[in-house]
Write a protein that binds this ligand. Structure first.
Ligand SMILES: C[S@@+](CC[C@H](N)C(=O)[O-])C[C@H]1O[C@@H](n2cnc3c(N)ncnc32)[C@H](O)[C@@H]1O
Length: 217
């Protein structure tokens, strides 16, 4: 399949999509599991939350979120990858309150429903800036007033100030859009879209951040 954004590193090849979770475990020297548990715990999920997961991937994150939800809570995952759809459905097969839709998140869409939380993990950095702004607009559009947007992604940092053992894998593994993303002020981007009440959690030596922002009442 041709890429929508040729320089994007988040439009994965079928091979990378198939082994995505394993690759993350290897690339993080086995630390990905404990990191993602912590980040999802930091989201303060409430039992009845309805959560929209943009670019949901394999469903690994959805399963962790579902563990904090009651039967009334729900996770809706959106992704464009057939390989991810298959893995999401397998991972979440024991949950009747998980659903997957084949949906692009980089252009306007309308699910005709409002959510308590919108989650996006390691997706936003992989697009040109105007497309990131489209994604943020999709998030605010789909949130209830008072709802929270949770962005788990690279934090702001100077790539050239990183120790070489972090810098080299980052430079080799990430796409040019990621190099741009780490220089951007995410809070300002979110404020421009209408969000407020920001809260940040940092991981992996402050190179990764969960940014939480609220849609005003
Ligand atoms: C780096 S992976 C992250 C997956 C997952 N969020 C996670 O943290 O494990 C990026 C995901 O975004 C999806 N993706 C890329 N472009 C997309 C688009 N335009 N619309 C929806 N999903 C997209 C990919 O298929 C892939 O599953």
């Amino acid at each position: 399949m041709e890429k929508l954004y040729p320089e994007s590193g988040v439009e994965l090849t079928p091979f990378v999509a198939k082994y995505y979770d394993k690759l993350m475990n290897v690339m993080s020297f086995g630390k990905y599991g404990s990191f993602i548990h912590k980040a999802i715990a930091d989201m303060d999920i409430q039992p009845d939350d309805h959560i929209l997961d943009l670019g949901c991937g394999t469903g690994r994150n959805a399963c962790l979120m579902l563990k904090s939800l009651s039967d009334k809570g729900r996770v809706t995952g959106l992704d464009i990858s057939d390989k991810m759809e298959k893995q999401f459905n397998t991972h979440c097969q024991n949950y009747s309150n998980a659903e997957f839709f084949h949906q692009r998140v980089d252009q306007p869409f309308d699910l005709k429903k409002s959510y308590d939380k919108v989650f996006i993990s390691f997706v936003l950095h992989g697009f040109p800036q105007p497309i990131r702004e489209n994604i943020i607009k999709n998030a605010i559009y789909h949130l209830k007033p008072g709802g929270r947007f949770n962005i788990l992604d690279f934090a702001e940092f100077d790539m050239y100030a990183m120790p070489f053992y972090y810098r080299i894998p980052f430079q080799k593994g990430e796409c040019p859009y990621a190099f741009d993303f780490i220089k951007r002020d995410l809070k300002q981007m979110l404020a421009m879209a209408g969000f407020d009440s920001f809260q940040e959690h940092l991981y992996f030596n402050n190179y990764v951040r969960l940014m939480e922002a609220t849609k005003p009442e």
